[in-house]
Ligand binder design. Sequence first.
Ligand SMILES: N[C@@H](CCC[C@H](N)C(=O)O)C(=O)O
Length: 263
Amino acid sequence: MRFTKMQGLGNDYVYLDCTKETPGNLPGLAVRLSDRHFGVGSDGLICIFPSRRADFRMRMFNADGSEGEMCGNGIRCVGKYVYEKGLANRTELTVETLAGVKRLTLHARDGAVETVTVDMGEPAPAPPRTLTVRGREWEVIPISVGNPHIVTYLTGVDGLELAALGPEFERHPAFPERTNTEFVEVVSPDRLKMRVWERGSGETLACGTGACAVLCASALSGRSGRAATVQLRGGDLDIRWDIADNHIYMTGPAVTVFEGQFN
Ligand SMILES: N[C@@H](CCC[C@H](N)C(=O)O)C(=O)O
C-alpha cells in the first residue's frame, strides 16, 4: 500500500488514503510504521476515510497504537493531502474526527497548500489542581480540546528532563485515560514557549491540540491575551481564542516529506 510521510512543525505522521481500501489492524500498523529503526519512522499513523457528516474523516493512531480523538498538526496535513491529491477541489473543507467535525481553511499558492487554519472548536477547561510527580508539587490546568491535556508552568523549560518526567504525568493515577502534558514558559503575553509529552508517542517536536490548550490555560490564568504565538521545538503556531464564538483557531504549516510503499 502506498503512503505519504508528512509533518507539521516536525510532528510527523504516516498518511494513508483509505477512501477506497483500508488495511486491517490499524493500531498494529501504526506501531510497525512508526518505528524509527525498523519502520518508516513517525509519531504515528493518520488514515483518511470518506465521511457521511463531513468532506472527509480522519483517524489518528499514536506510535504505541492507541487512538487519539484529534490531532492538530495532523489535520492540517490532511487538508494539504486531500487538496494536492485532487480528492478535494475547495480550500474550505470539513473533516470528521472523534472530537467532532472541524472546519479547515487552506492557504494555497500555485496549487500547493502552505499553511492551514483550523477551527478547533470550544475548549473545555477544568479547575487547576496539584499533582505530586517525582517528589515535586506541580500545579496543572486540565483542558480538553477534544483530547485530554494538562498544562503546567515553569522557567527553564529547555533544561527539563522530559524523558524521566513525561511518562509519570502521562500515567498519573488522576488520569485513567492517560494525558498529554504541556510544560510552558511564558516569554511574554503574546509568546508562549512549550515542550510537550504526548500520550502514546512521548516527546514530540510539536502538538497542535497542545498549543491550543496552552493558549486557553494561559488566557484563563491571566498569563497571556486571547491570541499568541506558541513556540514549539519544531517551530511556531499562531493560536487565537475568539471571544464571539468561543472557538480556538490554529494556523500553521503542513509539509510533505516523501512518499513510498509498504508490503
Ligand atoms: N500531535 C497531536 C496530538 C496527537 C494525539 C495525542 N497524542 C493524544 O493521544 O491525544 C496534535 O498535533 O494535536
